[in-house]
Design a protein around this ligand. Structure first.
Ligand SMILES: *[C@@H]1O[C@H](CO)[C@@H](O)[C@H](O)[C@H]1NC(C)=O
Length: 301
């Protein structure tokens, strides 16, 4: 109690009359002082200095942030992605944030009318983003960067047979889209059209590859729900799948696969170095009898 009273007394006495007088006299000669301040300010030196400061605090940050935006997404890619020549060769960039074209009621390039057998155009659209995309060559050094063994048990990396060296690779995105295409074909309503008479035992692996990838990327975008006054008979809300995403530019990436010096066409990749045509013939005959394995890796060959 005693302490706080002392404090109040002290702060009141601090604002004494002599200080007030000093403040008044300062105001009295203000115009003259303003003029000299003005002259002093607009010397050449100060003009240059102010330009320099503007440059430092306005232009440079703008330029910096413009570059930084691109640089930081590249840094992010490198930090969060496995090494890929697509990252090194500038094939990965981002589109502006935009909603998915996720409307429930729609058809598109990859999705036809309900109940209609998929057209050749739809099949082509899927091939064009899956196994229709070329592979690419990686060097031995790059295989080491990927942390992959050249030989493990009975398995050996497939070297390009054209004598130019290197090993064969493919973008994961094209593999996964191929998986999704296979599942599309294996759906009950499409099955007879695509797989009539052919035993399909490896659809599971495509299913599982997509599960693993979806869990790996774990997209955390909130999907909102809405109610439609035009459909009052509907009991439950609709999910809005047109969620906003910052997508990698897929078309640009596919442009890279077709234009990079690394490109290898699947027909030039050749057969397995261990391939024995006689055994292959036998296996086909067995398969025709209905109990051979139906190879899923072969890029449609
Ligand atoms: C690959 O294997 C197939 C089937 O056995 C054979 O017909 C073809 O000639 C082989 N291709 C090459 C490049 O060896």
């Amino acid at each position: 109690m005693q302490d706080s009273q002392d404090y109040e007394t002290a702060s009141i006495s601090h604002c004494d009359a002599s200080e007030d007088k000093q403040l008044l006299s300062e105001h009295a000669d203000k115009p003259a002082r303003q003029l000299s301040w003005y002259r002093a300010t607009w010397t050449l030196r100060n003009v240059l200095l102010s330009h320099l400061l503007t440059c430092l605090f306005v232009y440079l940050p703008v330029v910096y942030f413009a570059f930084q935006r691109e640089a930081s997404s590249q840094a992010c890619d490198r930090k969060l992605s496995t090494w890929s020549p697509a990252l090194d060769e500038g094939a990965v960039s981002y589109l502006p944030p935009a909603p998915f074209a996720g409307d429930i009621l729609q058809t598109n390039k990859w999705r036809g009318e309900v109940g209609v057998t998929p057209s050749a155009e739809i099949d082509k659209a899927w091939t064009d983003i899956g196994v229709g995309v070329p592979g690419f060559r990686v060097s031995a050094e790059e295989v080491r960067v990927l942390g992959k063994p050249f030989r493990k048990g009975t398995r050996t990396l497939h070297a390009m047979p054209d004598g130019k060296g290197g090993y064969v690779a493919q973008l994961e995105v094209n593999h996964l889209l191929h998986c999704l295409n296979n599942l599309r074909q294996a759906m009950a309503w499409n099955y007879d059209h695509y797989f009539a008479g052919i035993p399909v035992r490896d659809v599971q692996i495509h299913h599982d590859a997509l599960r693993a990838s979806l869990q790996c990327t774990s997209d955390t975008t909130p999907v909102l729900y809405y109610d439609d006054a035009a459909i009052p008979q509907r009991q439950f809300s609709f999910p809005d799948f047109s969620t906003k995403h910052t997508c990698r530019d897929f078309d640009k990436l596919m442009g890279w696969t077709w234009s990079t010096e690394r490109m290898v066409l699947w027909e030039d990749v050749g057969n397995s170095t261990f391939h024995q045509p006689e055994l292959s013939r036998e296996a086909r005959e067995k398969e025709a009898q209905g109990d051979g394995p139906h190879g899923h890796l072969g890029h449609g060959r």
